[in-house]
Write a protein that binds this ligand. Structure first.
Ligand SMILES: *[C@@H]1O[C@H](CO)[C@@H](O)[C@H](O)[C@H]1NC(C)=O
Ligand SMILES: *[C@@H]1O[C@H](CO)[C@@H](O)[C@H](O)[C@H]1NC(C)=O
Ligand SMILES: *[C@@H]1O[C@H](CO)[C@@H](O)[C@H](O)[C@H]1NC(C)=O
Length: 295
Protein backbone atom coordinates (compact mmCIF):
# COMPACT_ATOMS: atom_id res chain seq x y z
CA UNK A 1 0.00 0.00 0.00
CA UNK A 2 2.74 2.42 0.88
CA UNK A 3 4.59 1.73 -2.34
CA UNK A 4 6.86 4.73 -2.58
CA UNK A 5 6.68 4.65 -6.36
CA UNK A 6 2.97 5.32 -6.19
CA UNK A 7 3.36 8.17 -3.81
CA UNK A 8 4.68 11.05 -5.90
CA UNK A 9 1.26 11.59 -7.29
CA UNK A 10 0.81 15.24 -6.64
CA UNK A 11 2.47 15.72 -9.99
CA UNK A 12 0.47 17.97 -12.16
CA UNK A 13 0.27 15.38 -14.86
CA UNK A 14 -3.13 15.46 -16.36
CA UNK A 15 -3.50 13.26 -19.32
CA UNK A 16 -6.46 12.83 -21.52
CA UNK A 17 -6.00 9.71 -23.57
CA UNK A 18 -7.27 9.23 -27.07
CA UNK A 19 -10.67 10.31 -26.09
CA UNK A 20 -13.91 11.01 -27.83
CA UNK A 21 -15.06 12.77 -24.71
CA UNK A 22 -16.34 16.08 -25.97
CA UNK A 23 -14.04 18.91 -25.06
CA UNK A 24 -17.05 20.85 -23.90
CA UNK A 25 -17.48 18.43 -21.04
CA UNK A 26 -14.07 19.08 -19.65
CA UNK A 27 -14.23 22.81 -19.98
CA UNK A 28 -17.69 23.31 -18.66
CA UNK A 29 -16.92 22.22 -15.13
CA UNK A 30 -14.50 25.02 -14.24
CA UNK A 31 -16.70 27.65 -15.86
CA UNK A 32 -19.34 26.96 -13.22
CA UNK A 33 -16.76 27.61 -10.55
CA UNK A 34 -16.99 30.77 -8.57
CA UNK A 35 -13.66 32.19 -7.56
CA UNK A 36 -13.10 32.38 -3.87
CA UNK A 37 -12.14 35.48 -1.97
CA UNK A 38 -8.94 35.24 -0.03
CA UNK A 39 -7.52 32.21 -1.82
CA UNK A 40 -3.76 32.10 -1.44
CA UNK A 41 -1.98 33.58 -4.43
CA UNK A 42 0.19 30.53 -4.95
CA UNK A 43 -2.76 28.68 -6.36
CA UNK A 44 -2.33 30.93 -9.37
CA UNK A 45 -4.46 30.12 -12.33
CA UNK A 46 -5.89 27.03 -10.68
CA UNK A 47 -7.70 29.17 -8.13
CA UNK A 48 -10.90 29.52 -10.03
CA UNK A 49 -11.36 25.79 -10.40
CA UNK A 50 -11.68 25.46 -6.65
CA UNK A 51 -15.07 26.03 -5.18
CA UNK A 52 -16.96 24.87 -2.16
CA UNK A 53 -18.66 21.81 -3.44
CA UNK A 54 -21.61 20.21 -1.83
CA UNK A 55 -22.65 16.87 -3.08
CA UNK A 56 -24.79 14.12 -1.81
CA UNK A 57 -23.25 10.98 -3.10
CA UNK A 58 -26.17 8.72 -3.74
CA UNK A 59 -25.23 5.29 -4.89
CA UNK A 60 -26.12 1.69 -4.40
CA UNK A 61 -23.51 -0.74 -3.09
CA UNK A 62 -23.34 -4.08 -4.86
CA UNK A 63 -21.07 -7.08 -5.02
CA UNK A 64 -19.97 -9.04 -8.06
CA UNK A 65 -18.31 -12.44 -8.06
CA UNK A 66 -14.84 -12.44 -9.59
CA UNK A 67 -12.30 -15.09 -10.46
CA UNK A 68 -9.14 -14.84 -8.40
CA UNK A 69 -6.97 -15.54 -11.44
CA UNK A 70 -8.27 -14.33 -14.78
CA UNK A 71 -5.36 -15.84 -16.65
CA UNK A 72 -5.41 -19.50 -15.70
CA UNK A 73 -7.85 -22.38 -15.61
CA UNK A 74 -7.03 -23.31 -12.01
CA UNK A 75 -10.00 -23.78 -9.77
CA UNK A 76 -9.29 -21.09 -7.21
CA UNK A 77 -11.79 -19.69 -4.73
CA UNK A 78 -13.78 -16.77 -6.09
CA UNK A 79 -14.18 -13.47 -4.28
CA UNK A 80 -16.74 -10.70 -4.12
CA UNK A 81 -15.79 -7.38 -5.65
CA UNK A 82 -17.66 -4.40 -4.32
CA UNK A 83 -18.90 -1.70 -6.66
CA UNK A 84 -20.94 1.44 -6.23
CA UNK A 85 -23.46 2.36 -8.86
CA UNK A 86 -25.74 5.30 -9.56
CA UNK A 87 -28.26 5.28 -12.37
CA UNK A 88 -29.97 8.40 -11.08
CA UNK A 89 -29.07 10.52 -14.12
CA UNK A 90 -28.62 7.75 -16.65
CA UNK A 91 -30.81 8.26 -19.71
CA UNK A 92 -30.79 4.53 -20.39
CA UNK A 93 -29.60 2.18 -23.11
CA UNK A 94 -32.01 3.28 -25.86
CA UNK A 95 -30.60 6.79 -25.79
CA UNK A 96 -27.09 5.37 -25.50
CA UNK A 97 -26.61 6.88 -22.07
CA UNK A 98 -22.87 6.77 -21.31
CA UNK A 99 -21.25 4.91 -18.45
CA UNK A 100 -18.68 6.76 -16.35
CA UNK A 101 -16.46 4.07 -14.91
CA UNK A 102 -13.94 5.04 -12.24
CA UNK A 103 -11.04 2.61 -11.90
CA UNK A 104 -10.82 2.06 -8.15
CA UNK A 105 -7.41 2.32 -6.59
CA UNK A 106 -5.71 1.30 -3.37
CA UNK A 107 -8.34 1.79 -0.69
CA UNK A 108 -12.00 1.68 0.21
CA UNK A 109 -13.93 2.69 -2.90
CA UNK A 110 -16.32 4.94 -0.98
CA UNK A 111 -13.42 7.20 -0.13
CA UNK A 112 -12.54 7.65 -3.81
CA UNK A 113 -16.16 8.00 -4.86
CA UNK A 114 -16.75 10.75 -2.35
CA UNK A 115 -13.59 12.59 -3.32
CA UNK A 116 -14.13 12.49 -7.07
CA UNK A 117 -16.71 15.23 -7.34
CA UNK A 118 -15.90 15.87 -10.99
CA UNK A 119 -17.46 12.61 -12.16
CA UNK A 120 -20.64 13.22 -10.14
CA UNK A 121 -20.79 16.82 -11.28
CA UNK A 122 -20.73 16.07 -14.99
CA UNK A 123 -22.85 12.89 -14.92
CA UNK A 124 -26.19 14.79 -15.09
CA UNK A 125 -25.05 16.83 -18.10
CA UNK A 126 -24.25 13.64 -19.96
CA UNK A 127 -27.14 11.57 -18.68
CA UNK A 128 -24.48 9.16 -17.50
CA UNK A 129 -24.46 6.19 -15.20
CA UNK A 130 -21.70 6.31 -12.58
CA UNK A 131 -19.86 3.15 -11.50
CA UNK A 132 -17.08 2.93 -8.94
CA UNK A 133 -15.64 -0.59 -8.66
CA UNK A 134 -13.32 -1.32 -5.75
CA UNK A 135 -9.80 -2.61 -6.40
CA UNK A 136 -9.15 -6.24 -5.39
CA UNK A 137 -7.32 -6.71 -2.06
CA UNK A 138 -8.63 -3.35 -0.78
CA UNK A 139 -11.65 -2.30 1.19
CA UNK A 140 -14.16 -5.10 1.28
CA UNK A 141 -13.05 -6.70 -1.98
CA UNK A 142 -10.87 -9.25 -0.24
CA UNK A 143 -10.02 -12.64 -1.67
CA UNK A 144 -9.62 -15.53 0.78
CA UNK A 145 -12.35 -14.16 3.01
CA UNK A 146 -10.33 -11.61 4.96
CA UNK A 147 -7.47 -9.17 4.76
CA UNK A 148 -5.38 -11.29 7.12
CA UNK A 149 -5.67 -14.29 4.82
CA UNK A 150 -5.32 -12.32 1.60
CA UNK A 151 -2.11 -10.62 2.75
CA UNK A 152 -0.72 -13.75 4.42
CA UNK A 153 2.13 -14.66 2.12
CA UNK A 154 3.57 -14.34 -1.35
CA UNK A 155 1.28 -17.02 -2.73
CA UNK A 156 -1.95 -15.44 -1.55
CA UNK A 157 -0.68 -12.01 -2.60
CA UNK A 158 0.33 -13.10 -6.06
CA UNK A 159 -3.09 -12.17 -7.48
CA UNK A 160 -2.70 -8.57 -6.39
CA UNK A 161 -1.54 -7.16 -9.72
CA UNK A 162 -2.63 -4.33 -11.97
CA UNK A 163 -3.29 -6.85 -14.74
CA UNK A 164 -5.75 -8.81 -12.59
CA UNK A 165 -7.40 -5.59 -11.39
CA UNK A 166 -7.90 -4.45 -14.99
CA UNK A 167 -9.39 -7.81 -15.88
CA UNK A 168 -11.78 -7.45 -12.91
CA UNK A 169 -12.91 -4.10 -14.30
CA UNK A 170 -13.34 -5.48 -17.81
CA UNK A 171 -15.35 -8.51 -16.65
CA UNK A 172 -17.54 -6.42 -14.37
CA UNK A 173 -18.18 -3.84 -17.06
CA UNK A 174 -19.08 -6.48 -19.63
CA UNK A 175 -21.47 -8.22 -17.27
CA UNK A 176 -23.07 -4.98 -16.16
CA UNK A 177 -23.63 -3.80 -19.73
CA UNK A 178 -25.08 -7.15 -20.75
CA UNK A 179 -27.48 -7.23 -17.82
CA UNK A 180 -28.70 -3.73 -18.60
CA UNK A 181 -28.85 -4.36 -22.37
CA UNK A 182 -26.44 -1.45 -22.60
CA UNK A 183 -23.80 -3.05 -24.81
CA UNK A 184 -23.90 -0.02 -27.11
CA UNK A 185 -23.54 2.57 -24.37
CA UNK A 186 -20.18 4.33 -24.57
CA UNK A 187 -17.89 3.96 -21.57
CA UNK A 188 -15.51 6.62 -20.33
CA UNK A 189 -12.89 5.59 -17.80
CA UNK A 190 -11.75 7.83 -14.99
CA UNK A 191 -9.05 7.49 -12.40
CA UNK A 192 -6.70 9.43 -10.20
CA UNK A 193 -3.17 8.61 -9.14
CA UNK A 194 -2.64 4.84 -9.36
CA UNK A 195 -6.28 4.63 -10.43
CA UNK A 196 -5.42 7.04 -13.24
CA UNK A 197 -2.69 4.69 -14.33
CA UNK A 198 -5.27 1.91 -14.36
CA UNK A 199 -7.66 4.04 -16.44
CA UNK A 200 -4.93 4.76 -18.99
CA UNK A 201 -3.76 1.14 -19.06
CA UNK A 202 -7.31 -0.11 -19.39
CA UNK A 203 -7.82 2.08 -22.44
CA UNK A 204 -4.70 0.47 -23.92
CA UNK A 205 -5.31 -3.14 -22.84
CA UNK A 206 -9.04 -3.22 -23.48
CA UNK A 207 -9.47 -0.63 -26.24
CA UNK A 208 -12.88 -2.02 -27.20
CA UNK A 209 -14.23 -1.53 -23.68
CA UNK A 210 -14.12 2.26 -23.53
CA UNK A 211 -14.03 5.24 -25.87
CA UNK A 212 -11.69 7.22 -23.67
CA UNK A 213 -9.89 7.52 -20.38
CA UNK A 214 -9.20 10.49 -18.19
CA UNK A 215 -6.09 9.76 -16.16
CA UNK A 216 -5.71 12.43 -13.52
CA UNK A 217 -2.40 12.89 -11.66
CA UNK A 218 -1.36 9.53 -13.04
CA UNK A 219 2.39 8.92 -12.88
CA UNK A 220 2.40 6.52 -15.79
CA UNK A 221 6.00 7.37 -16.64
CA UNK A 222 7.24 7.42 -13.05
CA UNK A 223 9.25 4.23 -13.20
CA UNK A 224 12.93 3.94 -12.45
CA UNK A 225 13.97 3.00 -15.94
CA UNK A 226 11.87 5.69 -17.60
CA UNK A 227 12.09 8.79 -15.44
CA UNK A 228 14.84 9.52 -12.91
CA UNK A 229 13.49 9.25 -9.35
CA UNK A 230 14.44 12.86 -8.54
CA UNK A 231 12.14 14.22 -11.23
CA UNK A 232 9.18 14.42 -8.89
CA UNK A 233 11.16 16.52 -6.41
CA UNK A 234 12.41 18.79 -9.20
CA UNK A 235 8.84 19.45 -10.29
CA UNK A 236 7.69 20.23 -6.75
CA UNK A 237 10.73 22.45 -6.17
CA UNK A 238 10.08 24.33 -9.38
CA UNK A 239 6.48 24.92 -8.39
CA UNK A 240 7.69 26.78 -5.33
CA UNK A 241 10.50 28.57 -7.16
CA UNK A 242 8.12 29.77 -9.87
CA UNK A 243 5.96 31.51 -7.29
CA UNK A 244 8.63 32.83 -4.96
CA UNK A 245 12.40 32.48 -4.99
CA UNK A 246 12.61 33.40 -1.33
CA UNK A 247 10.06 30.74 -0.43
CA UNK A 248 12.07 28.21 -2.42
CA UNK A 249 15.32 29.27 -0.73
CA UNK A 250 13.79 29.25 2.74
CA UNK A 251 12.48 25.72 2.30
CA UNK A 252 15.77 24.58 0.83
CA UNK A 253 17.73 26.02 3.76
CA UNK A 254 15.36 24.42 6.20
CA UNK A 255 16.57 20.95 5.21
CA UNK A 256 20.07 21.73 6.53
CA UNK A 257 18.59 23.09 9.74
CA UNK A 258 16.45 19.98 10.16
CA UNK A 259 19.44 17.71 9.61
CA UNK A 260 21.64 19.57 12.08
CA UNK A 261 18.87 19.80 14.68
CA UNK A 262 18.20 16.10 14.26
CA UNK A 263 21.81 15.28 15.14
CA UNK A 264 21.61 17.02 18.51
CA UNK A 265 20.78 15.16 21.71
CA UNK A 266 17.00 14.86 21.87
CA UNK A 267 16.94 16.67 18.54
CA UNK A 268 14.70 14.10 16.86
CA UNK A 269 12.34 14.18 19.81
CA UNK A 270 12.19 17.96 19.56
CA UNK A 271 11.46 17.81 15.82
CA UNK A 272 8.79 15.19 16.41
CA UNK A 273 7.10 17.47 18.91
CA UNK A 274 7.46 20.61 16.82
CA UNK A 275 6.05 19.07 13.65
CA UNK A 276 3.78 16.53 15.35
CA UNK A 277 5.38 13.69 13.44
CA UNK A 278 5.01 9.93 13.82
CA UNK A 279 1.35 9.92 14.64
CA UNK A 280 0.26 6.46 15.62
CA UNK A 281 -1.84 4.77 12.99
CA UNK A 282 -4.52 2.26 13.74
CA UNK A 283 -7.20 0.37 11.86
CA UNK A 284 -9.79 3.10 12.12
CA UNK A 285 -7.65 5.94 10.88
CA UNK A 286 -4.91 4.39 8.78
CA UNK A 287 -6.85 4.46 5.54
CA UNK A 288 -7.40 8.18 5.38
CA UNK A 289 -3.85 8.79 6.58
CA UNK A 290 -2.35 6.66 3.86
CA UNK A 291 -4.60 7.97 1.18
CA UNK A 292 -3.97 11.48 2.37
CA UNK A 293 -0.28 10.99 1.83
CA UNK A 294 -0.43 8.89 -1.26
CA UNK A 295 -3.29 10.41 -3.19
C1 LIG B 1 0.55 -19.33 2.11
O1 LIG B 1 -0.57 -19.62 2.93
C2 LIG B 1 -1.40 -20.64 2.40
C3 LIG B 1 -2.69 -20.69 3.23
O2 LIG B 1 -2.39 -20.86 4.60
C4 LIG B 1 -0.65 -21.94 2.37
O3 LIG B 1 -1.46 -22.99 1.87
C5 LIG B 1 0.59 -21.74 1.48
O4 LIG B 1 1.37 -22.91 1.50
C6 LIG B 1 1.41 -20.55 1.95
N1 LIG B 1 2.43 -20.31 0.95
C7 LIG B 1 3.66 -19.91 1.27
C8 LIG B 1 4.59 -19.63 0.13
O5 LIG B 1 4.03 -19.76 2.41
C1 LIG C 1 -25.62 -10.02 -14.27
O1 LIG C 1 -26.55 -11.03 -14.12
C2 LIG C 1 -26.01 -12.28 -13.72
C3 LIG C 1 -27.14 -13.33 -13.76
O2 LIG C 1 -28.19 -12.91 -12.95
C4 LIG C 1 -25.40 -12.13 -12.34
O3 LIG C 1 -24.82 -13.34 -11.93
C5 LIG C 1 -24.31 -11.06 -12.40
O4 LIG C 1 -23.79 -10.83 -11.11
C6 LIG C 1 -24.88 -9.77 -12.96
N1 LIG C 1 -23.78 -8.81 -13.15
C7 LIG C 1 -23.70 -7.66 -12.52
C8 LIG C 1 -22.52 -6.80 -12.82
O5 LIG C 1 -24.50 -7.28 -11.69
C1 LIG D 1 -7.72 4.69 16.57
O1 LIG D 1 -7.85 6.00 16.11
C2 LIG D 1 -9.09 6.62 16.39
C3 LIG D 1 -9.13 7.95 15.69
O2 LIG D 1 -7.96 8.70 15.93
C4 LIG D 1 -9.27 6.71 17.91
O3 LIG D 1 -10.51 7.31 18.21
C5 LIG D 1 -9.23 5.31 18.49
O4 LIG D 1 -9.29 5.36 19.90
C6 LIG D 1 -7.93 4.60 18.09
N1 LIG D 1 -8.00 3.19 18.49
C7 LIG D 1 -7.00 2.55 19.08
C8 LIG D 1 -7.22 1.11 19.40
O5 LIG D 1 -5.94 3.10 19.35
Amino acid sequence: MANPKLCPLLLYIFIILISNLSSQSLESAPSNARSLKGVPRFLGKFTRAIKPYQQNFRYETRFFEQRLDHFSFSDLPKFQQKYLISTEHWVGPQRLGPIFFYCGNEGYIEWFAENTGFVWEIAPQFGAMVVFPEHRYYGESMPYGSGDEAYKNSTTLSYLTAEQALADFAVLLTSLKRNLSAEASPVVLFGGSYGGMLAAWMRLKYPHAAIGALASSAPILQFEDLVPPETFYDIVSNDFRRESTSCFNTIKQSWDVLVSEGKKTNGLMQLTKTFRLCRELNKTNDLSDLVGVCL
